[in-house]
Design a protein around this ligand. Structure first.
Ligand SMILES: O=c1cc[nH]c(=O)[nH]1
Length: 465
């Protein structure tokens, strides 16, 4: 991501990545492995243990979550690679001004939530390794400094993460899991640990989906080749690493250390002693590099969102957006410790909000032309003035789907717990897509169809206003 700091195709003026700027398969495998070989998935496995999942159940929940995400991510990546545009810029064409502004808020908010989680986790690990304390202060400082790679386009840490820290971490977690499997009695491995939180299996799969969800897939895959199955190797390797191996590693961390839900730091220290030859400094280095790297991705998402709205202001530069996003991330990071079950909240919103928008955009681009004969051109990014006011069927579909998802995951302010509503993230995406297909098909043959569907001014049918 660092290499994109100079020209990142994030504004309306130059928003389509040309074909000669597309990257190799190799680049994407390395990028996705770095994102997957991370602490989010160790933390997920740790939480599964605390919810009383056996090792097999934990790995099963992670793997099923990966399959569900894959079914969403393949068309989402294709949307990016065929249009060459960021998620936020695409929403201008597909959702109009109101929809694009709302999508931008969600991009910034969800990614800031993830940034806050990751830097709080890093401060917790420092505390576990060295007893530093001051977790909120340390994590806010990290959030301010963390913008540096996106701001200056440093490639160093991304390269170090890709070629040194991620491979080292994978070997270490493999060693941890194998050592744990060979030294822990069979009954303990097969048994369900005494859990302290309730997380039904389907809800657990939903958390895995949220943990691997980005929602802004077009941002990264707009640099890929425009072929539907082209991302498969990158996804497959990343899922095997993150949602299988690292989930098992996190479960093993909890099992071996005997630590509870809120003691991830001491558990980390324990496994560094157990399987990294007690090299606390090495445990600290891989934690810093990998958590900073995943947050490079989160800042990138925030910046692309911000650039959609701010990028064309006279005199505004990308680095202004970077600084603004660092301030927003720092505020979220400061507030994060006071949010109850912060990880679950961020993963839950992540699993429903942005993906519903992405699914509607996929239906609009890949299904609607076949269903209705209406094709929305997206070869250029409309200016804010040229963009329509709104794609009303699109907005209604996203609002209803996200409302359902928030209820199903127990996120509404008046809910004490989540109802048993199935695999809510997947149901939410299906609802968004089906509703949009039905509503768009219903309006497609009527007068003013292109206006109601939010086609930009230049693209409306003759007679539509
Ligand atoms: O840090 C993370 C992890 C998963 N998904 C995100 O968008 N960010």
């Amino acid at each position: 991501m660092g290499e994109t700091a100079e020209h990142d195709y994030s504004t309306g003026a130059a928003g389509v990545v040309p074909m000669d700027q597309r990257r190799s398969q190799y680049h994407f495998v390395a990028l996705w492995v770095t994102l997957a070989a991370g602490f989010t998935y160790l933390f997920l496995g740790f939480q599964y243990h605390d919810a009383g999942y056996s090792l097999l159940e934990a790995v099963g929940a992670g793997a099923i979550g990966a399959v569900a995400y894959f079914l969403y991510a393949l068309p989402a990546a294709y949307l990016g690679s065929t249009t060459g545009q960021t998620h936020a810029l695409l929403t201008r064409s597909v959702f109009g001004r109101i929809g694009s502004a709302l999508a931008t808020l969600l991009l910034v908010g969800v990614a800031a939530g993830w940034t806050a989680f990751a830097f709080n986790l890093l401060a917790t690990l420092f505390d576990g390794l060295y007893g530093w304390g001051h977790i909120t202060l340390v994590s806010v400082l990290l959030a301010v400094l963390g913008i540096a790679n996106n701001l200056f386009g440093f490639k160093g840490i991304a390269g170090f993460a890709r070629w040194v820290a991620a491979p080292l971490m994978i070997i270490w977690v493999l060693f941890l899991v194998v050592k744990g499997l060979t030294t822990t009695p069979g009954q303990a491995l097969a048994a369900r640990p005494a859990g302290t939180v309730e997380l039904p299996f389907l809800a657990g799969i939903g958390v895995a989906v949220g943990s691997v969800m980005w929602g802004n897939e077009p941002d990264t895959w707009r640099y890929g080749k425009p072929k539907l199955f082209w991302p498969v190797p990158a996804f497959a390797v990343a899922f095997a690493v993150g949602l299988v191996l690292f989930v098992a590693g996190g479960w093993m961390m909890a099992e071996l250390s005997g630590q509870g839900q809120y003691d991830f730091g001491p558990a980390y220290r324990y496994v560094v002693q157990y399987s990294l030859f007690g090299a606390l400094w090495l445990g600290a280095v891989v934690a810093v590099v990998l958590l900073v790297s995943i947050n490079d991705g989160n800042y990138y998402e925030m910046i692309n969102g911000g650039q959609n709205v701010l990028g064309q202001l006279p005199g505004w530069r990308r680095w202004h957006t970077c600084l603004l996003m660092a301030v927003i991330a720092a505020v979220f990071t400061w507030l994060f410790p006071s949010v109850e079950d912060g990880f679950f909240k961020v993963a839950s919103w992540s699993s429903i909000a942005l993906p519903s928008i992405t699914v509607v955009m996929c239906v609009d681009r890949f299904l609607l032309p076949r269903l209705t004969g209406l094709t929305r051109p997206v070869d250029q990014v409309p200016s804010w003035r040229e963009a329509a006011t709104a794609n009303w069927p699109g907005l209604v579909s996203v609002a209803l789907a996200v409302g359902f998802g928030a209820w199903g995951l127990g996120l509404l302010p008046w809910q004490d717990s989540a109802p048993a509503a199935g695999l809510v993230p997947v149901e939410t995406w299906l609802l968004a897509g089906l509703l949009y297909a039905a509503l768009a098909a219903a309006v497609a043959k009527r007068p003013l169809a292109t206006t109601v569907l939010g086609f930009g001014r230049r693209l409306r049918h003759h007679g539509d206003v």
